[in-house]
Design a protein around this ligand. Structure first.
Ligand code: 13P
Ligand code: SF4
Length: 316
């Protein structure tokens, strides 16, 4: 980009600002490749929350979506947390308005409330414990067997966890706008063409997609399987940003985006999360230059949201 006739060297400038600000750049696997390459740490929701908890940097530059940056702020009230685009939201978090979720809980007294990290601080504050797709089974296992559970907001992840843990749970009916779009029929067709390909799927996908998957897990679990597994070819049913790390770590293997439900030849970008992709290299530079947009939180809300996050992190 040109600014007053000068070309900005984003990579160089971001490196400079990182030193000047004593900043750390945390990026989710769904960010565009150039942002991942600039980050100090690239990871899944749980890994990023742990990095945020442990960092000594004064400024956290969070390249992800709002709930992730907000979690970093909840853990670090004294630090400045910036997000390149404040409108980088999440359809799952949006599908769970706090007032309605509060009523849902009130109508079910005696239930433990386990909320996925893809929620607002207000919903976290209503919860007993938070989980991510990496640790959800362990978190559910920590709830006494006789205690009934409310799980929200992702109903596909919830259904998958009911099956995995054998625990009955009342599910909030939220979904992820990206993961519900993968087509089981087209994945099967691709499997016919490439019978040696392994299907990797995130548990936010619909049940019928998970049924054709060879491996189901969080983004870090899918990456691990892609790198360490013996298959040479993979069909990946999650946001395609993760393919960058897969290709870097296993350049000799082949990775294909799982096809979506759209018409034949529909645009490849349909499986990209429109929220995650709001962050760009240019916005990353400007948020560091301006230290804005910044994540801010009411202190009382922060303290209430912190408790269930800490409970999750204490589980190991
Ligand atoms: P992970 O916790 O697996 O990184 O997933 C985050 C997410 O937003 C999935 O859509
Ligand atoms: Fe939210 Fe889905 Fe985007 Fe993940 S992929 S951030 S769950 S909208």
């Amino acid at each position: 980009m040109e600014l007053l006739g000068t070309r900005i060297d984003y990579f160089g400038e971001i490196e400079r600002l990182k030193g000047e600000l004593n900043a750390v750049i945390l990026a989710h696997y769904y960010q565009e490749p150039e942002i991942q390459d600039l980050a100090d740490f690239v990871g899944d929701s749980l890994g990023l929350a742990r990095q945020a908890q442990g960092t000594e940097a004064e400024v956290i530059v969070f390249c992800g979506v709002h709930f992730m940056a907000e979690t970093a702020k909840i853990l670090n009230p004294e630090k400045t947390v910036v997000l390149p685009d404040l409108d980088a939201g999440c359809s799952l978090a949006d599908s769970c308005p706090p007032a309605e979720f509060g009523r849902f809980i009130e109508e079910r007294p005696g239930h433990a409330v386990v909320s996925y990290v893809n929620t607002s601080a207000e919903v976290k504050a209503l919860s007993d414990v938070i989980c991510t797709s990496s640790n959800a089974e362990e978190v559910i296992g920590s709830i006494p067997k006789e205690t009934p559970i409310i799980f929200g907001p992702d109903r596909h992840l919830g259904r998958y966890l009911v099956e995995k843990t054998g625990r009955e749970m009342v599910l909030w009916p939220g979904t992820c706008m990206v993961h519900v779009l993968f087509s089981e029929r087209k994945i099967r067709q691709l499997k016919v063409r490439y019978p040696d390909a392994e299907v990797l799927a995130h548990p936010e996908c619909e049940e019928r997609v998970l049924r054709v998957a060879d491996h189901v897990g969080s983004t870090s679990s899918l990456l691990k399987r892609a790198v360490e597994g013996s298959a040479r070819r993979f069909i990946v049913a999650t946001e395609p940003g993760i393919l960058h790390q897969m290709k870097k770590a296993a350049p000799e293997k082949e990775f294909m985006r799982a096809p979506g439900k759209g018409p034949e030849g529909a645009c490849e970008a349909c499986s990209e999360c429109p929220h995650m992709r709001r962050n760009t290299l240019e916005k990353l530079y400007w948020c560091m230059e301006d230290l804005s947009p910044e994540i801010t939180l009411d202190e009382d809300l922060r303290v209430r949201a912190l408790k269930p996050i800490e409970r999750m992190l204490e589980l190991g």
